[in-house]
Design a protein around this ligand. Structure first.
Ligand code: NAG
Ligand code: NAG
Length: 768
């Protein structure tokens, strides 16, 4: 149940996620989280010729997309889509590619005068990274496992070292590294594997129970369709043939079987398989096929490593099967039944399954346990609470760590459990872990089941990513690793705060704020970047991000608006920002902007906004609703053609997301969606400066959505502001894959923002 990352439901297919703040080291994390941190290296054709022509000649005219009207009729309502032709599923239509290239050339030409600034910002951002580093080693079996990064290298090495002396894992445990320590062994070097690929991402890296083998899932395009390889952990040699066309959801079932999930033709994870090592993929056994196209499958191993859980979930309902690994089982057994509106997650310890269960009545989830031999005999361990949501639980031999949310902040409470043979009852006397910042982020990390140590990941907007080991018996927390931030970074220069804005219906919306004490006036004269997301019950907690300081050290105030549709304030927060309440997400964001202006954190003239993916939908919606409120907007891989996409079940995610956005084949949803869908609501009005990005191979938000949005804006807008579209032709949803090249996107975005605000040294604002 670990590593669900704020998704109360199973990791359903591919939500349109914003990128999580990218840890400096790629940590071994769940598929989903790793998927948030991908990308490919085909950069813009920033040809020197277009850059050179720029200074001497007037700026080129923006590309005009040809019109080819197509009538889309639903419920007797006709819409004319002039730019439907921009959608080419094969991504090879010469006319489409020529249009995207023309947009890229135009962007490059208009940004040519800030290229130097962009390079400087990139150098600054990169200069904050300690390039040779290792993450906190995790002791597992006979080894410490960790990832190492090297100076100048884009990717990580996966390493291990023998544990010299056996003994219990404690918070004081340190991996020996001296001359007498066991030698480091590099199991896999991603830099070597990535050679010859424009894009390279390893999403899952799983060591077999004996420690002898490793299975990893590789994507060389950014399309999130993986090939799974098994290698010998010592020799690195391939074992058997690779498995093709897989999701990155894989688990070992013993040392000789792999369980994995495949997708249907709309990339919905629909089948779970078991593969015997050495046999042919075509001989693999399908354990379950989920035929309902609103459901997607997920997979995880219990912390005890005795069971695998297969979850089938929609946005509102999920049910679970288990596979008993210890008995070499090859059949799934129902653990929780499929009941509409009931959402469950499971784990195991001793004689019990531990289950979190959410229903309409118990919307923030309750925690129950049942004996292995009678799953209907449930005992409530933690009852439902209106103000506290249970987000995740992590089990240990003697303890349970419960990841919760209260008042917009994460919390972790640990309880001692009765001995494994005994029955369990309601939990009492929990101990909460203390955190220092007024707003922060905490996530579970893989920990050792048979220890008293829970490992967690902590950061805030001013505290670099940190890994702590917490002794659940004594309450002692030991910092195992804090990322070094170079370039003169000093956390004490910065302030981070939590503020609240009143929404139009009076609801209080939390915001996280970061600024540099000696750089701001707080009198309305400071520039601001306001970030928002607000979908899928995902929590955009205030994590650390090194690149952000390139704006903050230039005097920007950086704010995250924790608007409805996200999960920051519990399940209701999500439900109040989806389906027929989706517009709360947009109006909350507008209320936050207005509150910040009223309270002199900024003015309209200096307010920039940013959102990606479903947060890009937010950008599109608020730009149409309140174009006067913002100076500049950056919409990354934006989901802006909501109505047309949600009417088309052949597009990935559509069917799985009828419960998120609504099913527009029903009239009520159709008209509601039509009233906010950004492409359908572009008007002849003045818009701020806008930068839109896309990835040609993106399976989550098709590149054509932003392309159409830009074409509509070009056609209708009445202002002279910048409108730029940058489509990465060799990447997917997460832009480039290398850790440095990925940061180019931040540098480019910040250069755009500084240019839009006239904050580019030596550049006249009029040259915009
Ligand atoms: C989710 O389930 C509840 C029943 O528990 C129901 O009232 C609600 O309408 C469902 N939501 C969706 C989107 O189907
Ligand atoms: C399982 O538990 C349920 C609920 O407590 C009970 O009614 C049922 O008899 C139990 N079944 C067995 C086989 O013990």
């Amino acid at each position: 149940m670990l590593l669900r990352l704020g998704l109360a439901v199973v990791p359903t297919s591919l939500p349109r996620v914003h990128p999580a703040p990218i840890p400096l080291l790629q940590r071994t994390r769940s598929c989903l989280s790793r998927r948030r941190a991908l990308l490919l290296p085909l950069s813009l054709p920033l040809s020197s010729s277009s850059a050179a022509t720029m200074s001497a000649q007037p700026p080129p005219a923006p590309p005009v997309a040809r019109k080819n009207p197509r009538e889309l009729v639903e419920h007797g309502d006709a819409r004319v889509d002039d730019y439907y032709w921009l959608r080419d599923d094969s991504r090879s239509d010469p006319a489409v590619l020529a249009h995207l290239r023309a947009e890229n050339d135009y962007t490059a030409a208009l940004m040519a005068d800030t290229k130097q600034l962009e390079d400087e910002i990139f150098a600054e951002i990169r200069g904050r990274i300690k390039e040779d580093d290792i993450d906190a080693p995790l002791r597992k079996g006979q080894y410490y496992y960790y990832e190492r990064t090297l100076t100048g290298k884009e990717y990580a090495q996966h390493c291990r070292r023998l544990v010299p002396t056996d003994g219990p894992v404690t918070v004081h445990d340190v991996m020996p590294t001296g001359p007498d320590a066991p030698a480091e062994h590099i199991i896999l070097d991603e830099n070597v594997k990535a050679e010859g690929h424009d894009y390279y991402s390893i999403a899952t890296f799983k060591v077999s129970p004996s420690g002898k083998l490793v299975a990893y899932a590789e994507d060389t395009k950014g399309d999130e369709i993986y090939t799974v390889f098994v290698i010998d952990a010592e020799s690195g040699e391939y074992v058997g043939r690779p498995l093709k066309g897989i999701t990155c959801d894989i688990e070992w079932a013993g040392d000789d079987n792999l369980v994995y999930i495949t997708m249907d033709n709309i990339l919905r994870p629909d089948k779970v398989w078991i593969h015997k090592l050495g046999s042919d993929q075509s001989d693999d056994i399908c354990l379950y096929h989920e035929k309902d196209d609103t459901f997607s499958l997920g997979l995880h191993a219990s912390e005890s490593k005795k069971y695998l859980f297969v979850e089938s979930g929609s946005k509102n309902t999920s049910f679970i099967f288990y596979l008993d690994i210890s008995s070499q089982g090859k059949e799934l057994v129902v653990l929780t039944p499929r009941v509409y509106g009931i959402d469950t997650t499971a784990s195991h310890r001793g004689n019990h399954f531990y289950i979190t269960r959410r229903s309409e009545e118990f919307y923030n989830s309750e925690l129950v346990a049942c004996p292995l031999d009678n799953v209907s005999e449930t005992t409530v361990l933690l009852p439902h609470r209106e103000s506290v949501k249970i987000q995740d639980v992590q089990l240990f031999e003697n303890h349970i760590a419960v990841y919760e949310r209260e008042n917009g902040l994460p919390k972790v409470t640990v309880y001692r459990l009765p001995a494994t043979g005994e029955s369990v009852g309601q939990l009492h006397g929990g101990r909460a872990i203390d955190f220092v910042d007024p707003a922060y982020a905490v996530e579970p990390e893989p920990s050792q089941f048979n220890s008293n140590v829970v490992r967690y990941y902590y950061s805030s907007m001013r505290t670099p990513p940190s890994v702590f080991d917490y002794d659940m018996d004594t309450g002692v927390s030991i910092l195992k690793k804090i990322n070094t931030v170079l370039g003169g970074f000093d956390a004490s220069n910065y302030v981070t705060e939590r503020k609240w804005a009143a929404a139009s219906d009076g609801t209080q919306i939390p915001m996280s704020i970061l600024y540099r004490k000696d750089m701001v006036n707080l009198d309305g004269s400071d520039p601001m970047l306001l970030y928002g997301y607000g979908s899928y019950e995902i929590c955009i907690d205030p994590t650390f991000r090194g690149s952000r300081f390139s704006l903050v050290d230039r005097g920007f105030i950086y704010v995250i608006a924790h608007i409805r549709g996200g999960g920051e304030m519990g399940r209701k927060w999500y439900e109040d920002g989806k389906l027929l309440k989706k517009k709360n997400t947009f109006t909350d964001f507008i209320s936050c902007a207005e509150h910040l202006i009223e309270n002199k954190y900024c003015t309209k003239e200096k307010l920039c906004i940013n959102g990606r993916s479903a947060g890009g939908l937010l950008m599109g919606a608020v730009l149409n609703m309140r174009p006067d409120l913002f100076k500049a907007a950056v919409a990354g891989v934006p989901f802006v053609d909501v109505l047309t996409t949600m009417l088309d079940p052949t597009i990935p995610l559509t069917t799985a997301e009828w419960e998120e956005w609504g099913d527009p084949r029903k009239e009520e949803y159709y008209y509601y969606m039509k009233s906010y869908s950004p492409v359908d609501n572009v008007k002849a009005q003045q818009y701020p400066h806008i930068l839109v990005t896309a990835g040609l191979n993106d399976p989550r938000v098709m590149y054509s959505e932003p392309a159409k949005f830009v074409a509509r804006l070009r056609e209708l807008k009445t202002d002279e502001n910048l409108l730029l579209f940058k489509c990465e032709l060799g990447a997917g949803h997460f832009s480039k894959s290398g850790r440095f090249e990925k940061l180019r996107e931040d540098a480019f975005t910040y250069a755009f923002i500084l240019k839009a605000l006239g904050m580019t040294p030596g550049l006249e604002a009029s040259s915009l």
